[in-house]
Design a protein around this ligand. Sequence first.
Ligand SMILES: [Ca+2]
Ligand SMILES: [Ca+2]
Ligand SMILES: [Ca+2]
Ligand SMILES: [Ca+2]
Length: 222
Amino acid sequence: MQFIANGRFGGALPNFCLGLVLALVPLPAVALPLLSEVFYDAAGSDNGLGFVEIYGEPGLSLAGFTIEGVNGANGVVTVTLALVGTIPEDGIFLLADDAGDGSSLVAGADLVLNFDFQNGPDGIALRNNSAVVDAIGYGVFGPSEVFAGEGAPAPDVPAGSSLARRFANVDTDDNAADWVALTTPTPGFAPLQSVPEPAAGALLALGLVAIASRARRKCAVR
Ligand SMILES: [Ca+2]
Ligand SMILES: [Ca+2]
Ligand SMILES: [Ca+2]
Ligand SMILES: [Ca+2]
């Protein structure tokens, strides 16, 4: 921010003014697709009950995308699942575990493959070819263990509970902040954070511009 150093403020911009400048910078759009829920430990046997939800732009082809299980004990990838198909109209793609006969006990699956993610500390990653697009690590990781998630780990949840993103369209790249335990898993459904209506957004922007112009006058007086 060259103008701060060379501008008429003659050095540091007062924090108050800097805050307003930052407030006027639009927030970046969240990069999709994202993992939106994982269910790795059903009560009793997990077979046919595990699932991974992916939230994305409807119509996006998942060719080249994979889901990986990462062992928290040593970082070794325990399973790689190649995704097939496209994100459906509702934005939620549901990958469910094969019960052994090609079907799953999870209703509404978009894709059935065979997997059984481990209980924590462990990790699940969404990749697009070699790039990690999104990842979650859950549980308490010891010093010699490998956290393959983002930020700080999400908690390990008891059998029967899932881990879900608070809002499927919000990703701060901190698993501890973004994910919560659900005592009742919700395969195929996810809450979204609403974006302001264009009218409300415009009013908000106008309000910020008015505040900023007042602040600019105030800051320039110094
Ligand atoms: Ca279980
Ligand atoms: Ca299975
Ligand atoms: Ca992320
Ligand atoms: Ca869900």
